[in-house]
Design a protein around this ligand. Structure first.
Ligand SMILES: Nc1ncnc2c1ncn2[C@@H]1O[C@H](COP(=O)(O)OP(=O)(O)OP(=O)(O)O)[C@@H](O)[C@H]1O
Length: 283
């Protein structure tokens, strides 16, 4: 990681929650889609400075949890509070405005815009001036623009993407695009970061880089994170606590070691002896 000064760290982590309770609290959430129960009895808290991972096989409900947190889906039962406020029924952009930033499984960047402009889009909650000032380019608008550009440059240094800053993101390697998407989320100065499969599709070197940046965000910026990821090595290395899901239900929450050794988790991932065929298929 590039060396960053303490005032830069303070700027980049300005949204961090410093209240006494958990930054996010999910209680007994149930989410149904006509015949399908996507989530049932889901409860967890995430605390300041915590890296909380959600794991589970395909269809276990991980993305549904992210969609409930970020306001895309409204659960039929349960409560969700963010920084002490209920966010059920709030629109996704309102929840983002409260300080919840998200990266996506499939990269969602503006391919024709360069890196700086993509990051600037993450700053729109921090614009701080109305259109009359913008049209006349008055002092307030100019000062906010300078401040926003400076924040973006700090993030570019932090994520080591200086070499690409003026290039259209569509031309950049996949691993760099994933890093830019993370940068756009950081540009929001979030109080909570949701990372949806941040290393999906990456090679070994790109995965190591991303793991290092996630650890740097935790150690330097102290932003709590919720990580959904299929790469178990990464989850077990990075997470403070893990929630394992299966068929929309929580199996266990605990430290990575506790979760990895839990019989229900082993069964969900590997199956039991009962699930294996009685006979070896003949050659
Ligand atoms: N909009 C929807 N309409 C109907 N069913 C849905 C919808 N979204 C999710 N589901 C169902 O909810 C269940 C959980 O899906 P979800 O995408 O949350 O799982 P996941 O753990 O994220 O899976 P993956 O690892 O494959 O991304 C699945 O049975 C899925 O088909």
């Amino acid at each position: 990681m590039a060396v960053v000064s303490s005032d830069v760290v303070e700027n980049m982590s300005a949204g961090v929650h410093t209240g006494s309770g958990p930054v996010v609290s999910v209680e007994d959430v149930e989410l149904r889609f006509s015949g399908v129960t996507a989530l049932s009895g889901v409860s967890f808290d995430v605390h300041d400075d915590e890296l909380f991972a959600i794991i589970g096989p395909n269809g276990a409900g991980k993305t549904s949890i992210f969609n409930v947190l970020s306001g895309v889906y409204r659960p039929q039962v349960g409560s969700v509070t963010f920084r002490g406020e209920s966010i059920l029924g709030r629109k996704p952009h309102k929840i983002a405005g409260l300080g919840m930033a998200r990266t996506f499984q499939n990269i969602e960047l503006f391919e024709n815009l360069n890196v700086v402009d993509n990051l600037m889009l993450g700053r729109h909650h921090h614009v701080g001036y109305g259109w009359p000032s913008a049209v006349a380019w008055l002092g307030r608008a100019r000062a906010a623009e300078v401040r926003n550009r400076r924040r973006c440059e700090e993030i570019i240094d932090f994520l080591e993407i200086e070499a690409y800053r003026q290039l259209p993101v569509g031309l950049l390697p996949y691993g760099v695009q994933k890093r830019i998407e993370l940068g756009r989320a950081l540009a929001m100065e979030p109080a909570l970061l949701l990372l949806d499969e941040p290393v999906a599709g990456m090679n070994g070197e790109e995965t190591e880089d991303m793991a290092r940046f996630i650890l740097d965000i935790k150690a330097e910026l102290h932003i709590p994170m919720i990580l959904v990821e299929h790469d178990m090595g990464l989850v077990m290395d990075l997470a403070d606590r893990v929630l394992a899901m299966d068929f929309g239900r929580p199996l266990v929450t605990g430290t990575p070691a506790e979760v990895q050794a839990h019989p229900e988790v082993i069964r969900a991932y590997l199956g039991t002896a009962d699930d294996t065929p009685d006979e070896e298929p003949s050659a």
